[in-house]
Design a protein. Sequence first.
Length: 571
Amino acid sequence: MLLELKINDFALIDELQLSFSPGLTVLSGETGAGKSIVVDAVSMCLGGRADRDLVKSGAAKAHIQAVFEVNWQPEATHVRMLQEAGVVSEDIHQLIISREIHATGRSVSRINGIIVTQQLLRQVMQHVADLHGQHEHQSLLHQESHMHMLDSFGGDTLQKVKEDYLQCYHALCRLRQKLHHLGSSETERARELDFISFQMQEIEEAQLQPDEEEMLNNKNDLLRHAQQITTALGTFHEEIYEGSMGSAVLDTLSKNTKTLWTVSGYSPELEDFAGQAEELQIRLQDLSQDMKRYLESIEFDPEEITRIQMRLDLIHDLKRKYGASVVDILAFQKQLQQQYESLVNSEAHYQKILAELSEYQDRTLKMARSLSHQRKIIVSQLEEEMMKVLHDLKMGKTIFKIDHTISENTALDENGIDVVAFLISTNPGEPVKPLSKIASGGEMSRIMLAFKTIFARIDAIPTLIFDEIDTGISGRAAQVVGEKMSFVAGHHQVICITHLPQIAALADHHLYIEKQVVEDTTQVCVRYLSEEERLYELGRLMDGNISEITITHAREMRQKALQITKNYQRS
């Protein structure tokens, strides 16, 4: 439901703030007073095309904000779209829509402060409000909504058949998905088995070990630097035992250690020095012998280096294909084994799913035919009901038809095997055409009113805005249109621009729109009418000249209207 509308620097409006309530709200005023400007502002918040000519002269930009109260249901289409777009992430009960239209032509759309595309705004808001009279926002013009409306008209009986069909159809979709995962043919499975076998064999033949790569890299480094290592160890051993200057380090250390022992008896400290020197002599001798043995174990073999490099190249190639490390490759090998076993065993499973799929296809098609039969019954009922309401709305020469096409040759979808389109002819002798081909906004609005009258209790769109609905009607026809709108307003918020007193009299709320000249500037102003002021406005709409007679007639019309609206429950 539309709660509030704020308009700044839009067309002839400097600043305007309006509050709206449930029930039927009427906007009236002199011709050219600017009633359509208010509707245009609402249209902008429903995703209408922005035009820089709508920016008030001299202003940099126009700003419009509308606050809608919404029934937040997670399964609702507009809720899903907002969540997928990241606009909302939790339950909310208000949508704050804003549009900025710059004089340069640029426009910005926001939902709850988040910038969105105009397309997303339009898609979301078509589930929140319908504006009739400007073709851009009429849900009836979207053929995809016709099937939903027809099914809604079918009531619980058809809904039960449709629920059973959808349950079976979704099971069929899941089976198709399973079959797709298993592979659509034996050839594809055989090809996948061959490829997995090749991968498994390539890894298995390599005989990889988890720590092999590190060991090979270490050995490779050792062999590549064997000459440098040999020189370092050989020099150390030679200096220890022989010495480059004719005096070996070990001999020198042995000689001096003996000297220390000759004086060790003079103090405990000297004895400790001699002991440490002797221990150092033994450790140095052991170290030199260990280096000699290590040196003798090193064999510089160019062929060994080549073999190690080839092994490392093989590991590198396998890492490029199957994992970042040898451990990853071995883990992938286990996955391949599992996939291979699954594919080998999938043939029986595949045949089982295939048989089950065939069974569900037959069952789903049978349910689709049953659903189609139920729709066929209600098609004629809805056509008949629509013709009655259109006759009440003084559109008795209008022909309404539902094109119900059944095709079992195309793939089943959530609607079964049916395609539904609403067709209409508003002039005698003309063939029926899609609703989108209707030129008159007034005719389209009355057709929508006819639908809303029939679907008042089940239609999910909470706010309906009618413009031009009174075009070409008067007298009793106007009275019927007003009563239908009042009935619909018992279940929806209805906002209507009208020139007819019969409709205005039935309104729960009445707003008067007028132009005023302030400091040589024309401005559009809106005010809420009191009950007494409404009588004068009804008199103006009836005659144009206010007199005691017109006021008396207006009071009688208003009293009669109040009696009528008592019969309609207000939400």
